[in-house]
Design a protein around this ligand. Structure first.
Ligand code: COA
Length: 662
């Protein structure tokens, strides 16, 4: 879906970021011209884009063919040609202020009036770049993450003079290329994501410099105990210790001595064969889960939470955007605001105050916003509010209530529509909506606390365009026992037993625990792009969540064993033939098909549907006679309801019934 205001895009610079951004933009259906003064670099960019598009096509990740996307991309070495009829320019030149200012000054002469002038800088000031033009109101930061094709996040950053319209159009554009924008309202160094990342990298380096921890201890604790995707030192080695060093020295921030020493020695990380770990002559980042004993993770996370509080207090970004940014920009398991609420903001504040007293270092000075929250008793999850509110879901009058649950849930979104459909979205697209323990807890909490009387039907779908759900979160296997992570039974049973019909809307991967989730739903509607499978056996495990049994009932023992033993995937059409899904339809007919099911169900008698679900589900677990008894009890119960009287009267009066659930 292309944005209405923007049709033609120019990307300036053909390096990793430039060509990646151009590729993403072309996939979304825009015409894009890449500019680079170096003709060879342009040719390399096209080669790189072509091979990346082919990989994306192989993994079924794009809706357009590589040829179509390539056709939308032009190249030129003449700046004027690139920008002359552009609606949006994204500059992705090397990170030098003077160079960028020169480019923006040229754009002032060459780009049409009204063109959005965006810079992909990650570390320079938007306002300083904008000062090179006569139209700073049109200049905005559009910070993509590397590699743009894979990373979902884009920070949209206001300079001092950026107009609201420029920000709004940029946010819509980012959404139209299927990325998630967060708004950074002030031009602060590091924007949101790198501001939170900085203490994650630096604090362990201070601790190692002080001799109170080792590199391996820090990395092992942050990864194995706290669930971060990489250790801080491992990550520094990957990005380059010198890169981190220069960013800090240029901003006049004290540099941890160990970082300084590594730069002096020229051991800069992976690229020089040695950094905090040895790569050429050693095994690389070889920390183990046993190494994490004793490392003080609170000291690191307290600083990250404090940084988040500074951003919120200074109105740089919202709590939600900070957490989304950290999760999508750095793959952190949770954002710092949510993490702070879990630790307890009073504990965080106490830690910072102690460190501040002991060292006198300004980096531990508590953010006024953090102090305010704690003073007001908003100390986090246990107190019922912190950065977020943690009230139960309550129905209110009006069209919708608790529309996105954003204030309390991080891994799911939900809406209750006017006609009573509880729409749940599993929201971990960067992990193909894998079922983390938190996600299961949040779903459980929602289903247990939602006002059932307000609901006629539930739908469950996955965020993003790749997956319904790719199973239990395998990254949690390291911290927890796989069997615990896979212990999904209460989650699946809650859905199976929920007193309203539940529809799984499946578009993309539906694997492992995801397939089990779909099986626990009452009805399954899938696009023909979807695939189904129970790959657990490849991890040495078996399906959980009741799937071994439900699968046999739905597809029969022969096919169930084929799916479980072989662990491979079947397409949606086969799944429909096998009776695994109710319908497999082309993507363009998907929403209409779901709507047809919903229309019938939401108009149906709530109690009748509840009893039908109970009798059909419960009857399968008992012998035939008992099942018939269940049925006749249900029948008897329904006969006394107002809905049955209404249904019968409506039939006789030849009108549509209006069921109330009484
Ligand atoms: N748990 C945790 N993370 C998962 C995941 C899972 N079950 N499934 C996918 N992801 C993550 C990937 O690790 C990857 O993360 P990264 O970007 O940080 O590397 C991201 O989601 C995208 O997946 P990727 O593997 O790059 O996509 P793909 O198109 O190459 O492959 C799958 C898609 C679904 C085939 C593949 O991800 C897969 O096999 N997933 C595991 C399925 C499984 O075994 N489920 C049962 C678990 S009990």
């Amino acid at each position: 879906m292309v944005s209405e205001e923007i049709e033609r895009v120019a990307v300036l610079g053909s390096g990793t970021m430039g060509h990646g951004i151009a590729e993403v933009v072309a996939i979304a259906g825009y015409d894009v011209t890449i500019h680079d003064v170096d003709a060879d670099a342009l040719a390399d960019a096209i080669d790189n884009i072509e091979s990346s598009l082919e990989k994306l096509e192989e993994s079924d990740s794009i809706d357009v063919s590589p040829a179509q996307a390539l056709e939308a991309i032009g190249t030129t070495s003449v700046l004027e040609e690139a920008v002359v009829d552009s609606d949006l320019v994204v500059e992705a030149a090397p990170e030098r202020l003077s160079l960028k200012q020169e480019i923006f000054s040229d754009l002032d002469d060459l780009a049409p009036n009204g063109t959005i002038l965006a810079t992909n800088t990650s570390s320079l000031s938007i306002s300083e770049i904008a000062s090179a033009t006569e139209r700073p109101g049109d200049v905005v930061g559009m910070h993509f993450f590397n590699p743009p094709v894979k990373m979902e996040l884009v920070e949209v950053v206001r300079g001092d003079a950026t107009r609201d319209e420029t920000v709004e159009a940029s946010m819509s554009f980012v959404e139209s290329i299927e990325k998630t924008p967060i708004e950074v309202r002030k031009d602060v160094r590091g924007f949101v994501v790198n501001s939170i990342l900085e203490p994650f990298i630096d604090e362990p380096a201070w601790m190692v410099s002080e001799g109170i921890a080792t590199v391996r201890e820090a990395d092992a604790a942050m990864v194995h105990r706290r669930g971060y995707p990489m250790g801080p030192f491992e990550l520094s080695d990957l990005t380059g210790i010198d890169v981190n060093y220069h960013i800090r020295t240029e901003a006049n921030i004290p540099v941890p001595p160990i970082m300084e020493r590594k730069v002096e020695q020229g051991t800069l990380g992976r690229k020089s064969g040695e950094g905090y770990y040895e790569y050429d002559s050693g095994p690389g980042a070889d920390y183990e889960s046993d190494d994490c004993e004793g490392f003080d993770t609170l000291r690191v996370e307290a600083r990250m939470v404090n940084e988040a509080a500074k951003l919120v207090g200074n109105d740089v970004a919202t709590v939600e955007d900070i957490d989304i940014g950290s999760r999508l920009g750095t793959n952190f398991p949770e954002g710092p605001c949510r993490r702070g609420d879990e630790i307890g903001l009073d504990t965080v504040l106490e830690k910072l105050r102690t460190l501040s007293r002991e060292t006198d270092a300004p980096r531990y000075e508590p953010a006024p916003h953090l102090e305010r929250l704690v003073d007001a008793g908003n100390t986090g999850v246990d107190a019922g509010s912190g950065f977020y509110e943690y009230d139960d879901v309550e129905a209110t009058d009006g069209d919708q209530y608790a529309t996105d649950g954003g204030s309390e849930y991080r891994t799911i979104n939900y809406t209750v529509t006017e006609r009573g459909v509880l729409e749940i979205e599993l929201d971990r697209p960067d992990r193909l909506n894998a079922l983390s323990i938190d996600l299961k807890d949040e779903c459980l909490d929602l289903l247990e606390t939602v006002d059932v009387d307000q609901i006629r039907c539930v739908t469950i779908e996955g965020a993003g365009n790749r997956a319904f759900c790719a199973g239990a979160d395998i990254t949690e296997f390291e911290q927890k026992r796989p069997v615990d992570v896979m212990d999904v039974s209460s989650f699946h049973e809650e859905i199976y037993d929920f007193p309203r019909p539940v529809i799984a809307k499946i578009d993309g991967y539906c694997l492992g625990g995801g397939c089990e989730l779909a099986l626990a739903c009452d009805l399954r509607i899938a696009t023909t792009d979807s695939t189904f499978g129970q790959p657990e056996i490849r991890l040495g495990l078996i399906p959980g969540g009741g799937a071994t049994q439900r699968l046999v009932r739905l597809v029969g023992e022969t096919r169930a064993k084929e799916l479980v033993y072989r662990g491979n995937q079947i397409d949606a059409t086969t799944a429909e033939e096998w009776g695994l899904v109710n319908r497999a339809v082309e993507p363009n007919a998907f929403e209409d098909t779901v709507e047809a099911f919903l229309a019938d169900i939401v108009e149906g008698p709530p109690v009748g549907l509840e009893v039908a679900k109970k009798v059909i589900n419960g009857g399968q677990d008992v012998h035939y006679e008992a099942a018939l008894l269940l049925e006749s009890q249900g029948y008897g119960l329904l006969k006394s309801t107002e809905d049955v009287a209404e249904g019968t009267a409506a039939f006789l009066e030849d009108r549509e019934p209006e069921f109330t659930g009484e």
